[in-house]
Design a binder for this molecule. Structure first.
Ligand SMILES: *Cc1c(COP(=O)(O)O)cnc(C)c1O
Length: 430
């Protein structure tokens, strides 16, 4: 038996019917050229990380755990230098004490804003959880409670920047501009690094003293350049997304100008202590190794996203982005137009997971959401969205947001299983 037959046979054993497999094969063949481009980007990024690791003399001693205060934690400091060198910044904070992406963003904001300052988002509404950090939705301890005001400029109809309105919104009070690269779970396009660079240049031309921060969640290693290469003073993200490479069990990072990272460090721990404390416990090897693998993991996730777009656009569903557009993040949305299809898709993603594959997800009323949401996640790291995962709010237009996959092969299996479940439920005919 040749390998092709063996693969086909094992898919069938695992519940994928031949028609689903064949459609997948046809789409995959069509995407060969795009996949080649992704291989090249990943190769560049792999070298970029490796170069930073060699330059900083990463050694076995860097993996030894520290406890207590964590003074003189060699590996922690080397890791931060590896991040700083990879992203071409002066400094970095990369810590397990940063609980998640939202926390990292909050630390960067609180550390660098003072009462009387104004925060500006020139790209419309920020990610959901930041609304409470900023105080757009009133919340205890928000920036608003500390007398930090907020202003927002909406994007134009076509998803581009409203430059005249941004120029006007830059007042003497403006201290920090926050730019979210990924659309997250909104319908606007995600921004390319080049676009972000143009926006930062426009802002700096008018106000060179203003701090430009980029929320880089889901964007790391998608391109060969990052927002920190095009003028961002601060760049922030989560380690249970791209840069953790699926191995980091927790954490967030803040990279950028030395002084700004230092300000953030005084908020993360305490004024006076800053970066000097914070034991890394036993996570350093996972942080290093995850960062080392991240370019490859992101490549797999991107292939999965493009494959999903290819399959579902071939079946006539609106997909964003489509299978030909350049990618700025790892998120793929598919609009199904019916709640049953959203549920079947998510059940397929769950059934394809290495962990909890036998669990049958159902929509539920999640706190903070105005409609039931179905989530599919069978992850080694709880809540990790660099692992294969999907979310579908049960409300029109009945779209699912799909992301991750630690390997391309697994992402592919997940998409095929999602289609298999749609076919089984009689919702799609091939
Ligand atoms: C995920 C995400 C966040 C928040 O990260 P958490 O780890 O979920 O707190 C912020 N911004 C964007 C764009 C994200 O995708």
């Amino acid at each position: 038996m040749n390998t092709d037959q063996a693969v086909r046979g094992l898919y069938q054993t695992m519940g994928i019917r031949p028609q689903v497999y064949d459609l997948g094969k046809e789409i995959e063949d069509r995407l060969k050229e795009r996949f080649c481009e992704l291989d090249q980007t990943a190769e560049y990024n792999q070298l970029k990380v490796l170069h930073a690791m060699q330059k900083n003399r990463v050694s076995e001693a860097c993996f030894y755990p520290s406890t207590g205060y964590g003074y003189n934690d060699l590996g922690r400091d080397v890791l931060e230098q590896v991040y700083a060198d990879t992203f071409h910044t002066e400094a970095a904070l990369v810590r397990p004490q940063i609980a998640c992406g939202t926390h990292a963003l909050a630390v960067a904001l609180f550390g660098n804003l003072r009462p009387g300052d104004e925060l500006l988002s020139p790209v419309g509404r920020p990610y959901d959880t930041l609304e409470e950090v900023i105080g757009i939705r009133p919340q205890k301890g928000s920036l608003a409670e500390y007398g930090i005001t907020y202003r927002q400029v909406e994007l134009l109809e076509d998803g581009t920047f409203d430059l005249p309105a941004i120029a006007q919104a830059l007042t003497p009070k403006t201290r920090l501009v926050t730019i979210q690269r990924s659309k997250g779970y909104q319908t606007r396009p995600s921004f390319s690094v080049a676009q972000i660079g143009e926006l930062i240049a426009f802002i700096k031309e008018r106000r060179p003293d203003v701090i430009c921060m980029v929320d880089n969640c889901y964007g790391e290693f998608v391109d060969t350049i990052e927002p920190s290469d095009v003028g961002a003073d601060l760049m922030v993200g989560s380690l249970i997304k791209n840069p953790g490479g699926g191995l980091a069990p927790i954490g967030g990072y803040i990279v950028g100008k030395k002084e700004l990272v230092e300000q953030a460090s005084y908020r993360m721990t305490s004024p006076g202590l800053g970066k000097e404390v914070g034991a890394s416990l036993g996570v350093k090897q996972a942080f290093f190794q995850g960062f080392f693998l991240a370019p490859m993991v992101v490549k797999g996730a991107l292939k999965g996203a493009i494959f999903a777009a290819g399959i579902y656009e071939a079946l006539g569903y609106p997909v964003l982005p489509d299978s030909r557009e350049p990618r700025q993040d790892i998120i793929q949305s598919i609009t199904f137009g019916s709640p049953e299809k959203v549920v079947a898709f998510c059940k397929g993603i769950q059934a394809a997971a290495p962990v909890d594959s036998y669990v049958d997800p159902e929509p539920w009323e999640m706190p903070g959401y105005d409609s039931p949401v179905i989530m599919a996640a069978g992850a080694f790291v709880s809540g990790s969205s660099i692992e294969l995962s999907a979310d579908g709010p049960i409300r029109p237009p009945y779209a699912v947001y799909f992301q991750g996959g630690l390997t391309w092969e697994h992402a592919k299996m997940g998409i095929l299983m999602s289609l298999e479940k749609l076919v089984q439920a009689g919702l799609v005919t091939l």
